[in-house]
Design a protein around this ligand. Structure first.
Ligand code: IYR
Length: 221
């Protein structure tokens, strides 16, 4: 096997005072992020979407396999197909598949089977996980910790969307194999998450939620 090559790590040089300020400022900024369901149809440039996705693709992944594909959809015909297919599944879920307990848990969110944001938002990003890779010769190669890797990349994606001043929500129509068909993705790719991206509508509201305090989520040892 080839000897692995290494390069110097370019560390950022900041003092402790700046570190404290930056960690606080970043927390305060990210804590403003909310899942938004009311979108404006105002356009967002392809350039911005590309940078947001490349931020997501800079996430760590098992054995550096980057086992993901991000489909960025702005084509209204494809968005319409996705909306219709998602609403068909969601209608079934809300009416016949989800338990009473689940429906109760969702009440504060005010969600239902209708998903107008899938057409109104200027972009839909559909994240696919790659269970394995296929090389030029058609041979399969295993990927590792695929769910963890793609989950982390989605965290980077959501953070980058917020950093750009845009909004999103993590939509998980279930089942979502229709995305594989509509987007004509190969058999090694499985839909993972669907995120509409854009500006919030002027009238957008969000549930009045509070987040758990530090002593509920951190145990110091
Ligand atoms: N996938 C459905 C239901 C849903 C489930 C959870 I958990 C949520 O936090 C929100 C919604 C939907 O998108 O409406």
């Amino acid at each position: 096997m080839d000897k692995q090559s290494y390069i110097p790590y370019k560390s950022i040089q900041i003092d402790e005072k700046e570190m404290t300020q930056r960690s606080k400022a970043f927390y305060q900024y990210l804590n403003l992020r909310r899942s938004v369901r009311d979108f404006s149809n105002r356009t967002v440039s392809k350039e911005v979407i590309e940078k947001i996705i490349m931020t997501a693709s800079s996430a760590p992944s098992g054995a550096h396999k980057q086992p993901w594909t991000f489909c960025a959809v702005s084509n209204p015909l494809i968005k319409n197909k996705i909306k219709n297919a998602a609403e068909k599944e969601e209608y079934e879920s809300y009416n016949n598949r989800m338990s009473e307990e689940w429906l109760d848990a969702l009440k504060p969110m005010g969600t239902n089977w209708e998903k107008p944001f899938l057409e109104i938002a200027p972009w839909l990003i559909i994240v696919f996980k790659k269970a394995y890779d296929i090389d030029e010769n058609g041979s399969r190669h295993k990927n590792y910790y695929v769910n963890e890797s793609v989950g982390i990349a989605c965290g980077f994606l959501i953070t980058a969307i917020h950093q750009a001043g845009l909004v999103t929500l993590t939509h998980t129509p279930s089942p979502m194999n229709f995305l594989q068909k509509i987007l004509d993705r190969p058999a090694n790719e499985r839909p993972y998450l669907l995120l509409p991206v854009g500006y919030p509508s002027k009238e957008a509201t969000v549930p009045n939620f509070e987040r758990k305090p530090a002593n509920k989520v951190i145990k110091w040892y």
